[in-house]
Structures are given as structure tokens and as C-alpha cells.
Design a protein. Structure first.
Lengths: 349, 347
């Protein structure tokens, strides 16, 4: 007989699962346009299906996650083994543990690759070989795709989540917009553990997180050109709130104007717009991100952390819970319990 | 009149490219700090050491204008835009000694892949990407940076401009959104070439071109998942109108919200926004576009080619000086090219 989960444990499990389901479902639709997806799936994609051969997945099967959730998972694993909260050492070891899993690192984006190369083979790091002052191609969402896990480890503590996010992500993402976007997600995820939290609270936390992210990274960040993450979150939320009862219109409007691509100033603002559009409903939020295409798995993964923490695991179909663990060799329920134990242990020390 | 518009468009593009290239890839505050002595930049600058091409000389254009110039030579020779002429122009740009320096220094990733495919030398970096139904990596602005000449060669003929933009663009950009951007700029330039053109009509044609161009492009190229140019142009124009009397505000808002990066769905909408904010004045369009940084030479070329076609050479302050300077530094007879095109169109 499994032990009954406490409210906190159930929400942590929900957050991990939400992120994993979003990643896995979005990996099927990533890179396709919404119109194409609608035709192919004869409506919306709402299931963990076998990925098609003409998409972004590589040798994948139903329920398998991609880089987004896996990099956070292995970082969490390292932290739990060492019984330590986030610090530079944990961030490095987490990345290197992940690097041992080619089935997931095959999806590695440009900034994560650069960060890992700096650690293991600096001659292959773009940031070491380019003479350019600004590497604008590195303003990516790969910090934000994994930072939700810092909201989980710091459930309820928004400022600590932000600070740990910077520690975790600055190895791979060294520019301010990428870090601000990462802090937006972790701040909202941490906030989502509050009792009686509303989706507008989550949006406020996201905006607060991104503003703080810019502030905290100003002293060390590399200069880049990029749209402003805070302005774009506000704009996306405005769109989301404007057509709340019209799923299709909001989805298309957000994908077409904000964009939900690889960039820190697209996928993250879009995720908050979708949270507003779906009034904080987890499954609706995931489906919207998945069916908007573009960088669907990252966008859905972020929404999953935030809204999964808000609602807990029970809103996620049992079939998904099983499939995620089976397909990836995870035990997310156990991980959730261990995370709460680490949190309690840290509090006692 | 026609000649004045053609020369205005060519010169506007050349000025934006030459002035914008040293500023490229920097954000606004670093443009001010590193190149503008604390303020904005209104002149040709030396190439900074930490830029794409530190060895290029002041006043030199980059890939944008040089590929257009090489293509125009082919279009004049073949009396119009065709697939053959477009290929000839592209390959001359790569192999002709007059253009080699530009193409080898600046060629963007998507254009490079396209040319390698034309020449049969392309080797796939990974097989998976070839099989992908949609492609996000090639939503770049390299089609739009050159297809404005499809508008230049089809004054007032929006539909033909769109067709010709697709013919030119698809050689290098097998991507519906990139081509939508190319068609948008071509359609807008075609309207700007009309004697009685208004800015309203130009913007309307740009939105129309982006929409229709996308619909046509998905039939001949890979689809793409990305933000829509047709939907972003109105937003950029709204920003342009709101900040028409506020140079700095216009640039800040445009870069914060729309972006001026390598992607067609950033550079193209922003170009329309800057042109509108400058009321179509060529030099003001150039200054606003280039000081926005990021891929600002391309944003500038797109914006200023439309503005130049709209306002004409005679409206450009010190136009003769710019013309002489840029023609000399780059070894390109821009005036003769404008005459050749005029003659072609009058035939």
C-alpha cells in the first residue's frame, strides 16, 4: 500500500508530472504550425501518442520526454542524492549527469550545448571561439525550460526560487533575457504552492520574477539584443485575458503575434498568455501550448510546472502518470516525496 | 519620375546597409556606447573589431545590397525576373570576383544552404532535419532582404511582384514564413513605385503580400511554425505611429516588443514600423532602423528600399554625395544600374 501523499507532496508530484506530460506531448507537435496539427490530428492533439517521423523527435515513443524535463530531472536526482539544495556544484553535476543520456541530449539547444562545452571541451564553446561582442543566437528558452524545478524545490519561496534559478541557469544561459525568462517560470511555479493561489497571482509572480531576473543578472550578464521579456509577458497576458472563452482564437493570436518559439522572449511570454487564456486550467493550458506548435514542448513544460503545482497530480489522467514513468524509467511520485523530505530536512538544519 | 524612384530605392538600401553593418548585432545601448560617442549614429562608421567582419572598410555594404546588385545585373541581362536569372544572379554573387568578398564574408546560414543545394554540394548536418515537415531554423530574413527588387521591377503590379518574389526567394529560403516576408516587402515596394503612392497603401500591400505570400508559399516550400508576419506588421505600424515624433521611444518600443533580429517575423514587421514612423522619409527611416541594432542592416535595407521607392532619390538630402561615395567604395555603379532598370521597364 502506497503512503498517502500530503497536500504539498501531491502538488510537487503534480508539478513534476505536469511538466513531463507537457514536454512529452509537445515533443510530438513541436515545429509544426497549428493549422497543420489540426489537420493531422483531426482536431486538437490531447494525448501522448507515438511521435511521427517528420517531426523533431528522434527515436522516441509515447510518454517519452525530451531535453526540457530530462535536464531538470537529472539535476533533481543529483540534488536528492547529495541531500543538497541548489548551488553551483549541483548545477554542474546535474548538467553532466544529463549529458550521459543521449536519448535526451539529442535535443540539446545552442545555449545548453555552449554551457556544457565550456565545462568539458572549451574549444567547442561558441562563446569562447566567436569574436562577436553579442551572441544574439543564445537568447533561448533553455533556462526557462528547466527552471520550473527550482520553483518545486523552493515551493512557496519565490525569492529563493529566483536566486536558485540564476545559480542553476547561468552556466548555460549567460544573458539577461534568458535568465529573466527562467526566473519568471520558477517564481510562478514557487508561488503556485501557496494555498488559495489564483492564476492572476501566478502571472504577477512571473512578472516579478522576470524583473528580478534582469536585476540580479545585470552585474554579470553578457550583452545581447532581444525584445524585453517583461513587456512581452504583459502583452501576452493582455491577449490571453481578452479572449478567455475562445480557445482557438487565443491560441492562434498568441502563436502568431507573441510567438512560442525557441526564444526566451517568445515561449515564456506565450506560456503566461496561455495561463491567462485558460484561467489557470492545467490540461487546457497544456493542450493550448501543444497545439500552438512552434517550441510546443518547452512552452507546455513550463505551463505544466506552474499549473501542476497549483492543482496537484489528481487533475492529470492516471494513464499519463503511468506512461511517463514507464517510458522514461522515472518514479516521479517517489521523487516528489524525496523533495519534500529534503525541504523539511533543510528547514530543520 | 520612374528613374527617381528606382535610384531612390537602390540608394536608400545601399545607405542603410553600409551605415547599418558596423552597428549590426549590438543592442541600442552598446551602439551608443561603442559607436555613437554616447548618442545615436547618423553616419558611416568603421567596422568594430568585435563584429562579423572587422576587416571590411567603412562605407562597404554587406550581403544584403551586394546580392541584390548581382541579381539585378542578371535581371537586366535577362530582361526580367525568372528562375534562371535568379540562379545566375546568386551564383555570380558567390563566384564573381566583384562580389566574392561580400558573399564569402557575410552569407547567412539559410542562403548558404540554398546555394549549396543549387550547386549540388550540400551535405546534411543531420538527416532528421531533411525529413522534417516544417522547419523553424530557416525563418530568416534573407529572402526579404533581396526580394524588394521584385517590387522595384513591377511598379504597381502587386500580384506579379509576389510571384517574382517567390521565384527569387524559394531558391534559398524553403520556408513559408521567410517567403511570406519576401512577398510582403515585394508587394509593398511595387505599390511604393506608383507615382501617386501613399504610405497607407504601401502598408496595406505589405500585409496583403505577407498573407497571400504565405498561402502561396506553403504550396511550394516547407511550412514553418512561427509568428505571423501579416499579424505582426499592424503591431509594428501601431508602434511606429505612436512614436513618430519620438526617435528614441520608437526604437525602444520596437526592439522591446517586435524585435529586429535575424528572423523574418522580426525584421520585416519592424521595417514597416520604422518606415511609417519616419513618414517614409529615406534618411529618417535609415537612422531609426540602424540604431535599433541587432540585424539592423537588413531591417534598414528593407525599410529604406521601400521608403526610397516611395520618396525618390531627389528627396534624399545629400543624395549625390551618398551615391558617389557608396558607388566608389563598393565598386558598384548604382546610377548606371538605375538607368538600366528604367530602360528595361520602359521597353
Amino acid at each position: 500500500m502506497k503512503e498517502v501523499l500530503t497536500d504539498r507532496q501531491g502538488r510537487i508530484y503534480g508539478s513534476l508530472l505536469g511538466a513531463a506530460v507537457g514536454d512529452s506531448m509537445g515533443a510530438i507537435s513541436e515545429g509544426f504550425s497549428p493549422e497543420f496539427l489540426k489537420q493531422r490530428y483531426n482536431g486538437y492533439l490531447t494525448d501522448l501518442l507515438q511521435p511521427t517521423d517528420d517531426g523533431m523527435t528522434v527515436d522516441s515513443h509515447p510518454g517519452m520526454v525530451s531535453d526540457d524535463f530530462s535536464v531538470a530531472y537529472y539535476t533533481a536526482e543529483v540534488m536528492l542524492e547529495n541531500h543538497r539544495m541548489m548551488d553551483h556544484d549541483m548545477a554542474v553535476k546535474g548538467l553532466l549527469r544529463w549529458w550521459e543520456h543521449p536519448e535526451y541530449t539529442v535535443y540539446c539547444g545552442p545555449s545548453s550545448r555552449n554551457g556544457i562545452m565550456k565545462l568539458i571541451d572549451p574549444d567547442k564553446a561558441v562563446s569562447h571561439t566567436s569574436n562577436l561582442k553579442c551572441l544574439n543566437g543564445l537568447v533561448t528558452n533553455g533556462g526557462a525550460m528547466k527552471s520550473g524545478i527550482m520553483g518545486v524545490f523552493n515551493a512557496g519561496d519565490v525569492d529563493q526560487a529566483i536566486s536558485d534559478t540564476i545559480t542553476m541557469c547561468r552556466i548555460t544561459h549567460t544573458n539577461a533575457p534568458a535568465l529573466a525568462a527562467a526566473c519568471a517560470v520558477s517564481a510562478a511555479a514557487a508561488k503556485a504552492f501557496d494555498n488559495d493561489v489564483t492564476y492572476l497571482d501566478l502571472i504577477n509572480a512571473g512578472i516579478y520574477g522576470s524583473e528580478k531576473g534582469y536585476e540580479l543578472s545585470a552585474s554579470f550578464a553578457d550583452p545581447v539584443c532581444a525584445p524585453d521579456v517583461v513587456s512581452k509577458i504583459r502583452w501576452a497576458v493582455e491577449i490571453g485575458l481578452s479572449h478567455q472563452d475562445d480557445f482557438e482564437t487565443t491560441m492562434i493570436e498568441l502563436a502568431d503575434t507573441i510567438g512560442s518559439g525557441l526564444w526566451a522572449y517568445e515561449a515564456i511570454p506565450c506560456a503566461f498568455g496561455m495561463i491567462a487564456a485558460c484561467k489557470g486550467d492545467l490540461l487546457k493550458g497544456l493542450y493550448m501550448a501543444v497545439n500552438a506548435g512552434q517550441d510546443a514542448d518547452s512552452t507546455a513544460c513550463m505551463i505544466g510546472y506552474i499549473l501542476g503545482a497549483m492543482h496537484g497530480y489528481s487533475v492529470i489522467p492516471e494513464r499519463f502518470r503511468k506512461l511517463i514513468d514507464e517510458a522514461n524509467g522515472f518514479d516521479l511520485r517517489k521523487m516528489a516525496i524525496e523533495i519534500t523530505k529534503l525541504q523539511e530536512g533543510v528547514k530543520d538544519e | 519620375m520612374l528613374y527617381d524612384k528606382i535610384l531612390g530605392s537602390l540608394l536608400g538600401a545601399a545607405i542603410a546597409d553600409a551605415m547599418g553593418t558596423p552597428l549590426e548585432s549590438r543592442p541600442v545601448y552598446l551602439i551608443k556606447q561603442d559607436l555613437g560617442d554616447g548618442g545615436f549614429v547618423y553616419d558611416y562608421k568603421d567596422m568594430p573589431a568585435d563584429s562579423f567582419a572587422p576587416d571590411m572598410k567603412k562605407g562597404m555594404v554587406s550581403d544584403d545590397f551586394s546580392v541584390v546588385f548581382a541579381s539585378l545585373e542578371a535581371f537586366v541581362k535577362h530582361k526580367g525576373i525568372s528562375r534562371e536569372a535568379s540562379i545566375e544572379g546568386l551564383l555570380n554573387w558567390v563566384h564573381d570576383d566583384r562580389y566574392k568578398l561580400y558573399s564569402s564574408t557575410y552569407m547567412g546560414p539559410t542562403t548558404k544552404e540554398g546555394i549549396q543545394k543549387l550547386e549540388g554540394t550540400y551535405v546534411a548536418e543531420n538527416e532528421y532535419r531533411e525529413e522534417m515537415e516544417c522547419d523553424q531554423k530557416t525563418i530568416t530574413n534573407g529572402a526579404a532582404m533581396k526580394t524588394w527588387v521584385a517590387g522595384l521591377l513591377n511598379p504597381g503590379n502587386v500580384e506579379k511582384a509576389i510571384e517574382d518574389a517567390l521565384t527569387m526567394g524559394v531558391l534559398t529560403h524553403n520556408n513559408a514564413i521567410a517567403l511570406s516576408g519576401g512577398c510582403s516587402v515585394a508587394a509593398a515596394t511595387a505599390v511604393a513605385m506608383k507615382e501617386d503612392a501613399t504610405l497607407d497603401e504601401i502598408v496595406e500591400a505589405g500585409i496583403y503580400g505577407a498573407r497571400v505570400g504565405y498561402e502561396k508559399a506553403v504550396k511550394i516550400a516547407k511550412d514553418a511554425a512561427g509568428a505571423s508576419i501579416a499579424k505582426r506588421i499592424p503591431l509594428a505600424v501601431k508602434i511606429g505611429l505612436r512614436y513618430s515624433n519620438d526617435f528614441e521611444g520608437c526604437i525602444t518600443e520596437m526592439t522591446d516588443v517586435i524585435g529586429t533580429g535575424l528572423f523574418a517575423n522580426e525584421a520585416v514587421p519592424s521595417a514597416f514600423g520604422f518606415m511609417v514612423s519616419a513618414s517614409g522619409d529615406v534618411m529618417e527611416t535609415v537612422y531609426r532602423s540602424i540604431n535599433a541594432g541587432n540585424d539592423c542592416d537588413t531591417t534598414g535595407v528593407i525599410a529604406a528600399s521601400m521608403a526610397g521607392a516611395f520618396s525618390g532619390f531627389s528627396s534624399i538630402k545629400d543624395g549625390e554625395k551618398h551615391l558617389k561615395y557608396l558607388s566608389e567604395v563598393n565598386g558598384m555603379d548604382i546610377e548606371k544600374m538605375a538607368k538600366d532598370i528604367t530602360e528595361l521597364l520602359n521597353q
